[in-house]
Design a binder for this molecule. Structure first.
Ligand code: TRP
Length: 361
């Protein structure tokens, strides 16, 4: 079977290091293995509009920011198709048919949508488009016959919904759609990178993000303001690792080679953690190390971004070509779907012949 990867992001802001360790870094690694027959990376503008209907300018402005972040991280348009969701109208058509296979009560049970409704104070009046976006996400995934969807844990309910639609569709209309697999980050820190304040999740509205395009001074300031262990007051005090943001970030970002480079007194992260727990290791020293690690990780990304920023029209061109390719692939799936659903009247010569015979009797 063909191996196809698909994933994407809503263009509501620049991407941050939570996006990076949660999915972006993995996508680039997977891209570079050469294991996939096709890779689609989608800027989900139509989905962003489901809760930003009154702010189209925000979505429009952030398309290029997300595209720049993608390219800066190493997504390569020669290997991965980068495209814009709204430019593939077949996705809407697929969503419309999938809607018949999903109940309102099933959508109401989606925990991610439930949490988002609360966060946005939508309880009293939920836009229908927002409420049904898990169905549109199933269209995104199935249109490209994706087998692998690398995303964060919060997207698990969308994948479950997609699988249900695939199974239902295939059992009602015959084997047509491909069952996708979710690919989650492989460690806890990457799964749920907290904001610099130690709050649950990095988010623009909480003002606790480190962006991929952040300048060195800003990164440093943010690292030094990070939440650690509030009971670790003097250097000699034993420190706690649970909920200690600096150590969570080290779990997500540290590579073995950073120890000889930046902190040669320690063999590895386990040794550093043991010393912190025992007492005698100050927060400042750990923060200085984390700052070095983050600077080393983000510098090449920031520099590549600046290169790509020099030719913005070329990036729109990449997205346009990608959208054209994506549309061609989605159109093929839509053709299969319509045939399976028996709504391909004009392509079905058997139908026309059969009807002609019926009326000539
Ligand atoms: N829901 C995803 C997010 O909020 C974006 C997205 C839209 C997506 N369609 C997708 C992700 C399909 C993976 C597959 O970031």
């Amino acid at each position: 079977m063909r191996k196809v990867m698909l994933t994407g992001d809503r263009p509501t802001g620049k991407l941050h290091v939570g996006h990076y360790v949660g999915s972006l870094r993995r996508r680039v690694e997977l891209q570079n293995t050469g294991d996939f027959d096709d890779i689609f990376i989608m800027i989900a503008d139509a989905q962003a509009l489901t809760d930003n209907a009154d702010n189209p300018e925000k979505v429009r402005q952030n398309i290029i920011e997300v595209a720049l972040d993608y390219l800066a991280c190493g997504l390569d348009p020669e290997k991965s198709t980068l495209f814009i969701q709204s430019q593939v109208p077949e996705l809407c058509e697929l969503s419309f048919y999938y809607m018949n296979l999903v109940t309102v009560s099933r959508l109401q049970r989606n925990p991610t949508v439930k949490a988002e409704i609360q966060m946005r104070n939508f309880e009293a009046s939920i836009p229908v488009g927002f409420f049904t976006y898990p169905i549109s996400q199933a269209a995104d995934i199935t249109a490209f016959k994706a087998t692998t969807v690398p995303v964060g844990e919060d997207q698990m309910p969308m994948l479950e919904q997609t699988k249900e639609i695939v199974h239902k569709f295939n059992s009602v209309y015959g084997e047509t759609l491909v069952d996708p697999k979710i690919l989650l980050p492989d460690n806890e820190a990457c799964m749920r990178l907290p904001g610099i304040d130690g709050k649950a999740k990095m988010s623009k509205s909480l003002n606790n993000c480190i962006y991929l395009s952040e300048e060195p001074e800003e990164i440093k300031k943010k690292v030094f303001s990070m939440f650690t262990d509030p009971t670790h007051i003097r250097i000699e005090d034993p420190g706690r690792l649970e909920g200690n943001t600096v150590f969570t970030y080290l779990d997500a970002f540290c590579r073995p080679e950073y120890f000889p480079e930046f902190l040669p007194e320690y063999k590895d992260l386990d040794e550093l953690k043991a010393h912190y727990k025992r007492g005698g290791l100050g927060d400042m020293k750990v923060k200085r190390f984390l700052n070095n690690v983050l600077q080393a990780e983000l510098e090449p990304i920031r520099n590549r971004r600046k290169e790509f920023q020099k030719n913005i029209p070329a990036i729109y061109d990449i997205l346009k070509k990608g959208s054209e390719k994506a549309e061609a692939v989605a159109a093929e799936t839509l053709r299969d779907v319509k045939a399976a659903m028996k709504i391909n009247y004009f392509d079905d010569l058997e139908l026309i012949k059969g009807q002609a015979e019926k009326f000539s009797e």
